[in-house]
Design a binder for this molecule. Structure first.
Ligand SMILES: NC(=O)c1ccc[n+]([C@@H]2O[C@H](COP(=O)([O-])OP(=O)(O)OC[C@H]3O[C@@H](n4cnc5c(N)ncnc54)[C@H](OP(=O)(O)O)[C@@H]3O)[C@@H](O)[C@H]2O)c1
Length: 253
């Protein structure tokens, strides 16, 4: 399918994450110009390396800005940089997210705030910051929620699940608010993503997931990034306020 996205401009939060990298690659294959965020200066070289590799492999513009969702000054500096580089934006993708495993009694207030500040307040801050840049008509916002938003998670994740529940609700309400400007807002709700070392890190979680999923597998990251990019494209012009579950049928069992 030709998504007809060449020359469009996208901002992606959390571009160095497992899913963020896949989204950046998929956007680049469609000829989209990309700005992605990374959290700290300690990752600046990694970000530059990804930009170099994207620009060389796909011959598209790719740049990165440092943005820490826990710092109001970092966010405002980053959003000024974004506006200077991309005075208009076709696509915003909020992918950055924090996931921790805790019982609710052991979770500290700082940990609760971090999950909320990145996952949901960060989404609002991005929306507020890029609102004047977003193309109207034809702008598109896509956010990464989780299957945990709609059903109990894997245990020890009530705080994360609450933050993603808020992300999903925000997506639907924002779609309604932005509809007069013809800016679409959608989301994806992935199940457990396949990534290197996950089996060694958490074998019981992987086992439980694989046994319950209808595809007997973890979720392929490319399936999610392809859906994110499709939702951001004009091929999805009739879709807004939707959250697409991508979990290999895990939620059905
Ligand atoms: N992994 C899964 O199985 C799964 C399942 C469902 C949904 N999701 C969602 O999918 C998205 C991507 O997941 P992932 O597993 O690919 O992510 P990940 O590898 O765990 O990376 C987390 C991302 O969030 C960014 N981030 C964390 N704290 C931040 C902060 N304070 N300020 C700015 N950025 C911050 C990180 O930036 P740096 O890399 O620069 O530190 C990184 O890009 C998340 O929203 C996650 O909740 C994941």
């Amino acid at each position: 399918m030709n998504l007809n996205m060449s020359g469009k401009r996208a901002l992606v939060s959390g571009g160095l994450s497992t899913l963020g990298r896949a989204v950046v690659h998929t956007l680049a294959t469609e000829g989209v110009e990309i700005l992605f965020t990374y959290r700290s200066e300690g990752k600046a070289e990694e970000a530059r390396e990804l930009c170099r590799s994207i620009s060389q492999s796909y011959d598209v513009y790719c740049n990165a800005v440092c943005l820490d969702f826990l710092s109001a000054s970092s966010i405002s500096a980053a959003l000024s940089e974004v506006a200077a580089i991309f005075p208009t934006l076709d696509i915003l993708i909020h992918n950055a997210g924090v996931f921790t495993l805790n019982t609710q009694s052991s979770l500290t207030e700082k940990q609760w705030d971090e999950v909320m500040d990145v996952n949901i307040k960060g989404f609002w801050r991005l929306i507020k910051g890029v609102d004047p840049l977003l193309k109207s008509p034809h702008g598109a916002v896509v956010a990464v929620s989780s299957i945990n938003a709609e059903r109990p998670g894997f245990g020890l994740t009530a705080h994360y699940d609450a933050s993603k529940g808020a992300v999903s609700a925000y997506i639907r309400s924002l779609a309604a608010e932005f509809s007069p400007r013809k800016i679409r807002v959608n989301g994806v709700a992935p199940g457990l993503l396949y990534r290197e070392n996950l089996i060694q890190e958490n074998p019981s979680l992987v086992d439980t997931y694989v046994q319950r999923s209808l595809t007997s597998s973890l979720v392929d990251v490319q399936s999610v990034s392809s859906m994110v990019v499709y939702l951001a494209s004009s091929a999805a012009s009739a879709i807004t306020g939707e959250i697409v579950t991508i979990d290999g049928g895990y939620s059905l069992t």
